[in-house]
Structure formats: C-alpha cells, structure tokens
Design a protein around this ligand. Structure first.
Ligand SMILES: Nc1ncnc2c1ncn2[C@@H]1O[C@H](COP(=O)(O)OP(=O)(O)OP(=O)(O)O)[C@@H](O)[C@H]1O
Ligand SMILES: [Mg+2]
Length: 620
C-alpha cells in the first residue's frame, strides 16, 4: 500500500462534521480505523478503566513520517482525500481529517510512529490539543498511540460517562464488529491486563467462533455470491433460525468492509427469513457487501454509521432475492432435519406425565386458606396423581379412574385468602385457542360467575414471584445437574457474566468461570424443569446480556427477572391437562399479586352470572 502525504482537505466544509468522540468507544473506533487504513496486519487495543484512563492502539501499519506527524493532528488534514470529489472513489475508512484533532482536544495523547523507510521513529506528546514535546525514538514500524484521561479538561462530559461495564460493553461490541469486518487482521484486545479477545487472522467462520462461541459458528452457513461483469459481491454467514435473537443488534452488515446500520438491508434480510422465525425473533447473520462506492453516500452522518444508496429498490430486491433463495435451500428444505429433535424436548410424553409425583400443597397455603370465609379441610387440598387429559387424543388409561380424577379435579374448589374461589366447569377447561382457560367461581363479594384465565399471563406471574423470591430471599429450590454443563459464551457475554456472576447466581443458577470464554453450570432453578440443553442456556445468557450490558445489574434486575419469568412461562397455544390447569391456579392463588402478569397485564377476568343475565336480556 502506497502512502500519500498528509495535506489540508480543500473543501472540508462540505464534509459531515460533528461530535467525533462522545465516549471511549468512539475513540477506539477512530483509532482502529486509522490502523486499518494504514494497512495493519495486527491491531492491539489496550484499555484501562473502560477507556476512561487509557485507550492504546498499537498497529504494524505504514506509520507516519516525522515531518507530517504534527499536521496529522490538525483539523481537516488527511492523507486519504484531497477534495470532496474523492469521496466517489473512497477506499479508506477515514476521510474527514478530523478524528485525531478531535481526540487530542479532549485528552492527553502520546504517539510513537515509524514508517518503513525511516530508521528511527518519532514520539510526540499532546495535551488538550497543544503539542508539548517531539523527539526521535527507536521503535518498531507502525503506530502506537495512547489516549489518556479522556475528557480530563471537560469535567461535565467526564461525569456523564456511564458505568465501566456500560462503556466497556460499547468498546467490546465495536471491536467485535471490526474483527468481523476484517477477519484477515489479527485483533488483540485487553482490558485491565485481561485479554478479552485474541482473534488471529482467519476466515469469517473462525472469527465468529472466537467472538460468539462454538454453538453460533456451528449453525451458520456460508454464503458467497457474485455476478460476472457487475461490481456487486455478497458474502458472509447466515444463522439457522434456531440461532435467532431477540433483537437485531447481534447481526452485522458491512459495506465495503465498513460496519453500517442500514434499516433497508436489515428489512431485506428479515424478509428473506419470512415464515421461519418465531414472532418477535430476528435472524442472526454477518453480511458483507462489496459494491461501487460511487453508488453509496457515506457522508450523511459524522459517525459514518448510516449510509444512503443511490438506488434503494434495486439494492433491497437484489439482497432479498439472493438471500431468500439461500434461506429456502439451506433452512427451509432442511427444516425437518434440524427441528424435529428440537420440538421433541417441548412435548411432554404421556408416560412422563403419569410418573409425575402428586402435587403437594404446602401448609402455608392451607393456613392461608383456612382464614378464608369458605373454608375447606386440609385433606381436601391433597391431590391424587391424575392421568386424565382433556382432549380425545390423550388416551385414558382406565376410564373409571379417569372419570373419578376428572370429577375430583373439576369439582374441588381452590380456596386461598384474597383469591377467588374457583373450580373448572363441567365440560371444558382450556378454550380451543389454548390462550384462555374457562373457570367457574365466586368473586370477592361471593357473587357467582365465570372467570377467564390467561394461561401465559398467569404462568408469567408465578415465575416472576419465584425468581423474585429466589433473588431477594434465596427462597425457592435449585436443582443440581447430574453432569455440569460447559457453556461457551461470546466475549461480551463473558464480561457481563463475570462482572455480575453473584447476581445471576442469585436467580437460582450456579455458574463458575472455567477460564477463557467457558463457564460451568452446576445448578439451575428448579422452575426450569428438565435438563436444559446448552442452546437454551446460551439463549438465556445472550438475552440477559443484551438487556444488561449497558446498565448496572441493579437497574436491569426487574427487566431480567421479567425476562426469566416470561421465558419459562406456559405460552398461549400450549396444551394444558386438567392437572396442569389446577396446578397453575393453585400456584397463582399463592402469588402476592395474582391478578397481573410480569408486564402488568391482567391474569384473570370475571363476569358475574348477573351480568350474563343482563347480556342475554334476562334482567334489566
Ligand atoms: N495509525 C496510523 N497509521 C498511519 N497513519 C495514520 C494513523 N493514524 C492517523 N494517520 C494519519 O493521520 C491522518 C489524520 O488522521 P485522522 O484520523 O485525523 O483523519 P482521517 O483518518 O484522514 O479522517 P477521519 O477524520 O475521517 O478519520 C490520516 O489521514 C493518516 O494519514
Ligand atoms: Mg481517521
């Protein structure tokens, strides 16, 4: 790569200018981009205190000659473009000639650099924009820049920086994107002496393995597309639907190796996954597009994150068509092969159901109920194992027993203080849409009527209180796994887990750091009934990391508990046996706030017989 001289940009006023550094991650971004533009093969990033006290970037790129180094720190000086017209053929990440000037204005900078042709290097110190010293130094080829005490001269700005975990989360996220954008560059990233990422020059799939772990790399398919005579290439990795995420932040789009946020392209990818993702889930993918830079405008935002295409419809359709064909071939045709064992784990086999021990109602529940007006005796709460299923396909083992159990389960009222007295009505329980359960009972004024239970909302409330009690009072049971699970996580997730390990374990887990990006899981909350697969645990970890990575655990505690509650809940659409329904009502009746789900939606609605009479004009 040939070096051009650093010069003043002629029409610099036409270039999108603005805030370059608002937080440490912005500084890291600018320095990494400079190293990439300098043709580095290895980039080492060292940060201390989440970049607040030190951000150091060391590269083995082309370096800056001694006679140009002061100019490099002036505003609107660059070796990359001379005039705004050069943006049409932009092949570098930098083009504004602004980054170093902005960084040095708000920090204390030390830079050492040497070009290949120079025998000795140069070292300069800049403090708040003023050059304090410049001298010769012997050093390896490349550039080594230290940015210390960011915003030391703007206390208000420093004060508004977020917690170390948050700032570090942004830096880690950013470095990961660059590693994905340039898999052929060796990235090493250390924080407070701890290596967070060491990703040697690789193919994209190995880079994904280093960043997101084994399970992600395994379920990603390589796509490669190009057309003769056309400057348009698309390549990358597309995740199987089972890798789908709760939001789109995980996926990356790179245009000419530049990480961009493009709603247009994201929609095109999402549309390509149509009908194979669960509602509310987003595909996981790494997409590289290489195209004629003159057809894209990068100059619309100072952070260079957003772009505009000359012909949006053309790009959307092109990307959609290529990806849809690929998704159909790779995932839709293979769907049964991938999904059958997955589905299996959600289906409760009839034998398992029969073997379940009878549910016990604890003494506390009985004491509580004994205070209620309509008291029942303790033994009336103790249930027998039930083999009955509600629908035809659920085989009845012995019709006589089943009938008894049916009658028993339907007729027994559930009575708990501050909760309606309920029982299942004659011939139905769950409505056919499997969202609501119909019950008969008495409201708080002893008026008879119909109760409609939202099965998901109810289950979510029960789980929420389980996790809350677990977290706050260490009440609630855990189960030890027969053989501990080895969980591989991404660099961001590792950081989140490590810094919040005791808090997360308070939710009923027992995670231990095993080394590197591996954790060992020994215990799980008993509410996660079956031995979970690593994928399920990985999904939980990545989702709670996403919720928590930008804020302190205390701030996101409730959101995480709500997530756990929702994640473990019975869903609308799930089949419920009579026993399941009864268990659900019993558990709900013992909640502190039985009438609202974790997100404050109602769990139970009542319509009195009187109101029904009015509806049917039997009464006025
Ligand atoms: N790590 C580096 N190795 C070699 N040269 C560098 C390095 N960092 C900066 N430079 C030189 O300093 C110049 C100024 O850098 P600066 O980041 O301020 O501007 P830019 O990269 O040209 O544009 P932008 O503001 O968009 O980043 C660059 O054009 C480049 O010539
Ligand atoms: Mg730059």
């Amino acid at each position: 790569m040939k070096r051009k001289k650093i010069k003043k940009i002629i029409d610099s006023e036409k270039i999108a200018a603005g805030e370059v550094c608002e937080r440490p991650a912005n500084v890291v971004k600018e320095l990494i981009e400079n190293s990439i533009d300098a043709g580095a093969n290895e980039i080492r990033i060292v940060v201390k205190k989440a970049g607040k006290t030190l951000i150091q970037v060391i590269d083995d790129g082309m370096g800056i000659p001694s006679e140009e180094i002061i100019l490099a720190f002036e505003r609107h000086t660059s070796s990359k473009i001379r005039t705004i017209k050069d943006l049409d053929n932009l092949s570098t990440l930098g083009f504004r000639g602004e980054a170093l000037a902005s960084i040095t204005a708000v920090s204390q900078v030390e830079i050492i650099s040497r070009t290949e042709s120079d025998e000795v290097g140069v070292q300069i110190f800049i403090d708040g924009g003023k050059c304090l010293d410049k001298k010769e130094i012997s050093c390896p080829k490349g550039t080594n820049i230290k940015v210390k005490n960011l915003f030391f001269n703007i206390p208000a700005r420093r004060k508004f920086l977020k917690s170390d975990a948050t700032e570090l989360g942004h830096i880690t996220d950013l470095i990961q994107r660059y590693a994905l954008a340039y898999p052929d560059i060796h990235f090493i990233y250390q924080h407070n002496e701890l290596t967070i990422l060491n990703c040697p020059s690789n193919d994209l799939k190995t880079t994904v393995f280093h960043i997101y772990g084994k399970s992600s790399a395994k379920y990603m398919e390589l796509i490669k597309y190009s057309e003769d005579g056309m400057y348009f290439k698309l390549h990358g990795l597309l995740g199987h639907p089972q890798l789908s995420k709760k939001n789109r932040n995980y996926s990356s789009i790179f245009i000419n190796h530049r990480y961009v946020i493009s709603d247009l392209l994201f929609r095109a990818v999402k549309e390509a996954y149509k009908d194979i993702l669960m509602i509310g889930k987003y595909p996981f993918f790494i997409l590289h597009i290489e195209m004629d830079p003159s057809k894209i405008d990068f100059n619309i935002h100072p952070k260079k994150l957003y772009i505009r295409f000359e012909n949006e419809d053309f790009i959307y359709n092109k990307v959609y068509n290529i990806l849809r064909k690929f998704v159909e071939e790779k995932f839709i045709i293979k769907e049964t092969k991938y999904l059958e064992p997955e589905l299996d784990k959600y289906v409760i086999k009839p034998e398992e159901n029969v073997k379940q021990p009878p549910r016990k109602v604890d003494d506390e529940a009985v004491t509580r109920s004994s205070k209620a007006e309509n008291t029942l005796k303790k033994e009336e709460f103790i249930e027998k194992p039930v083999q009955l299923r509600l629908t035809d396909q659920d085989k009845i083992e012995t019709s006589q027993n089943a009938l008894l159990a049916d009658t028993y389960i339907r007729e027994k009222y559930i009575i708990t203080e501050n909760f309606p007295k309920l029982h299942l009505i004659s011939h139905t329980g769950q409505l056919s849409n499997k969202v609501y359960v119909l019950l008969e009972g008495l409201n708080e004024n002893d008026e008879p009527g119909l109760f409609i239970l939202d099965q998901h909302a109810a289950s979510e409330r029960i789980n929420k209180e389980f996790f809350l009690e677990m977290y706050e009072k260490s009440k609630g049971s855990k189960q030890r796994l027969i053989s501990p699970l080895k969980i591989e996580v991404s660099a961001t997730e590792r950081f989140f887990l490590e810094s919040n390990l005791s808090e997360i374990n308070k939710l009923g887990f027992n995670f231990e750091h095993f080394g590197g990006n591996t954790f060992i899981l020994r215990e799980i909350p008993s509410i996660i009934q079956k031995l979970p697969k690593t994928e399920l645990i990985n999904e939980i970890i990545s989702d709670i990391t996403e919720i928590g990575k930008e804020r302190s655990f205390a701030e996101v505690k409730e959101e995480i508990i709500n997530y756990m509650a929702c994640h473990k809940s019975i869903r609308g659409g799930d089949d419920l046996s009579l026993k399941d329904i009864r268990d659900l009502i019993l558990d709900l009746s013992q909640c502190k706030d039985p009438f609202h789900c974790a997100h404050s939606r109602p769990t139970l609605r009542f319509i009195s017989l009187k109101e029904l009479d009015k509806l049917f004009k039997r009464r006025v």
